[in-house]
Design a protein around this ligand. Structure first.
Ligand SMILES: NC(=O)C1=CN([C@@H]2O[C@H](COP(=O)(O)OP(=O)(O)OC[C@H]3O[C@@H](n4cnc5c(N)ncnc54)[C@H](OP(=O)(O)O)[C@@H]3O)[C@@H](O)[C@H]2O)C=CC1
Ligand SMILES: O=C(O)C1=N[C@H](C(=O)O)C[C@H](O)C1
Length: 265
């Protein structure tokens, strides 16, 4: 039985993770961590999510006990402090937080010299298959191809484009031999020239309760291919992260992703 501790346990993903860790047979929820001073400390998790383990209460994120693998789906600030805690405690860490900078990625790479880490911007099977499919599409149409990525999420999401949209774009750039940051176009409002075929354009929608939708468009003269993934429940990501945690438990130190977990490389 793998004992799971969840940071940001009161967040949208945190609550889904408490449930996922409880319902999976090979895992046991033992830590539901919230910020120091939170009014939730001492409250039974089952009162907030009735599907979560009745025997666990929310606790202070600075008092980690009886846990084998930690999970972080928070915000970049939270991820940085949780990463430090995981290294101090020599505990494997599964990270789903998006909106990370290049400096954050360098922190992750450094931490992965000391502990095993899975970092993925999307824990669904479908998106991880999509990351391979877009590489085929990007390379089979030839050079006369316009590539655009659209993503839609709920009104509360604060980072844009989504981590998944960027992962899709980076996967395409890798296949084309491009430097992603040189070809990414995030805003066309100030550009007054025709687009080139050596770019990846991003567009974003935020509204309502959309869980997460991504489409990669491959448009050429006479035809257009659209590859779309739609997540309809946060449990998809939560169950993926629990799968990653089980996979990670006895792995050597290093930085892994969900394609490693799913054997998609
Ligand atoms: N990789 C994937 O598959 C997925 C990734 N995500 C990503 O997960 C992250 C969380 O999303 P979501 O659950 O919707 O967000 P929420 O805003 O619902 O939850 C954020 C959680 O992080 C906590 N938190 C924020 N800042 C800190 C901090 N500095 N220290 C400690 N805790 C902190 C919050 O605590 P408090 O309430 O006290 O502020 C809260 O519990 C986002 O980056 C999102 O993009 C989401 C879905 C899937
Ligand atoms: O914030 C979310 O909700 C999601 N974030 C991830 C991202 O930024 O790609 C994954 C998923 O699409 C949901």
């Amino acid at each position: 039985m793998i004992r799971i501790g969840v940071f940001g346990a009161n967040g949208r993903m945190g609550l889904a993770l408490l449930e996922a860790a409880t319902i999976k047979e090979q895992t046991q929820l033992t830590g539901a961590y919230v910020r120091s001073g939170s009014s939730l400390i001492g409250v039974n998790v089952n009162q907030i999510n009735s599907a979560a383990d009745k025997s666990v209460c929310f606790s202070d994120e600075n008092t980690l006990e009886s846990v084998d693998v930690l999970i972080d789906f928070t915000l970049p600030d939270g991820m940085r402090s949780h990463l430090k805690r995981a290294v101090e405690q020599s505990l494997p860490l599964v990270i789903g937080t998006t909106g990370l900078t290049a400096d954050d990625m360098a922190l992750l790479e450094n931490a992965a010299k000391h502990i095993p880490i899975v970092f993925a911007r999307n824990y669904s099977v479908g998106v991880n298959v999509l990351l391979n499919l877009v590489q085929t599409a990007a390379t089979k149409f030839g050079d006369d191809l316009d590539i655009e990525i659209f993503e839609a999420h709920h009104r509360h999401k604060i980072d844009a484009p989504s981590g998944t949209a960027l992962a899709i774009g980076e996967s395409i750039a890798d296949a084309k031999g491009w430097n992603h940051e040189e070809v990414a176009v995030y805003d066309r409002s100030q550009i007054e020239t025709e687009k080139s075929q050596n770019e990846i354009g991003y567009s974003v929608l935020r509204g309502g309760d959309i869980v997460g939708e991504h489409t990669a468009y491959f448009a050429t003269m006479g035809e257009r291919l659209e590859l779309t993934h739609k997540a309809s429940s946060r449990m998809t990501f939560a169950l993926g992260a629990i799968r990653a945690a089980s996979w990670l438990q006895n792995k050597p130190v290093g930085l892994y992703d969900m394609q490693d977990v799913l054997d998609l490389k």
